[in-house]
Design a binder for this molecule. Structure first.
Ligand code: G5P
Length: 227
């Protein structure tokens, strides 16, 4: 049997509202990687009312981080199912404990870190509303619900996190920075960190794209399409 082509593993780090999800979708489309989003896994678990989902919901509703042991128990088995795929992990790890757990499970090729000015994040998150029962997130300016103030699927009302209100936002984004710093330092020390700074995703994307073009094995797309 022909030796499996080299797989590619990447992580994207960035505060809430930094564009992780938007850039991850573009990477998945352009390079054929699987986009694995911790927020999406959590929302699936909330919808399926799994044990992890029921627990996670209480934290997400408060705008708090889900505890590390819940996250690692949720994420690592998903990654184990992906041993034959190249992937981009979005939203995990968020803490040093999560990064260490990931470290012992696999080796990363590239870490993308989005460095977006605080003012820009505040402006984006100000318009964010959520459907608490499912964890679905809307942005009144960039991806509004079909009917103002109402969840597209359930028809139930949307709420704004206490934490997304201007007064609480700055504290929350600062907290993110404190928690993320040792994670960023770890990946910098490993020599795999690539930091991108701008106010617009469209201006960051060309740089991310050209970085990945140099890193991703050229036969990757074909190897995955054959599946
Ligand atoms: P999520 O789902 O990971 P967040 O809060 O980290 O949620 P979010 O809001 O999904 O992240 P993002 O993915 O960084 O942000 O950014 P995005 O969705 O692409 O863009 C944000 C908004 O800005 C969108 O409306 C987009 O359209 C707009 N936008 C993007 N680019 C631009 C631009 O250039 N210009 C403008 N004007 N707009 C733009 O996690 C949800 C919760 O789950 C828990 C936590 O409680 C978390 O809050 N959780 C974890 N807890 C512990 N550990 C983990 N590992 C966890 N993972 C998730």
């Amino acid at each position: 049997l022909k030796e499996m082509s080299k797989l590619f593993r990447a992580v994207i780090l960035g505060p809430p509202g930094s564009g992780k999800g938007t850039i991850s979708e573009r990477v998945a489309n352009s390079f054929g990687l699987k986009h694995l989003s911790s927020g999406d896994f959590l929302r699936e678990n909330i919808a399926a009312k799994t044990e992890a989902g029921v627990l996670a919901k209480t934290y997400i509703e408060k705008g708090a981080l889900v505890p590390d042991h819940v996250m690692t128990r949720l994420m690592l088995p998903r990654l184990e199912e992906m041993t034959r795929h190249s992937w981009l992990l979005d939203g995990f790890p968020r803490t040093l404990a999560q990064a260490e757990a990931l470290n012992s499970a696999c080796e990363l090729d590239v870490v993308i870190s989005l460095n977006i000015p605080l003012e820009t994040l505040k402006e984006r998150l100000r318009h964010r509303w959520i459907h608490p029962a499912s964890g679905r997130v809307y942005n009144m300016r960039f991806n509004p619900p079909r009917v103002q103030g109402v969840d597209d699927i359930s028809g139930e009302p949307l709420i704004q996190h206490e934490d997304d209100r201007p007064e609480a936002l700055v504290a929350r984004l600062r907290h993110y920075k404190d928690v993320a710093k040792p994670v960023i330092d770890l990946y910098r020390a490993k020599g795999i960190l690539h930091m991108f700074s701008d106010t617009e995703t469209d201006r960051i994307w060309p740089y991310v794209s050209s970085l990945l073009s140099t890193k991703i094995p050229t036969d990757l797309g074909d190897a995955q399409r054959v599946r």
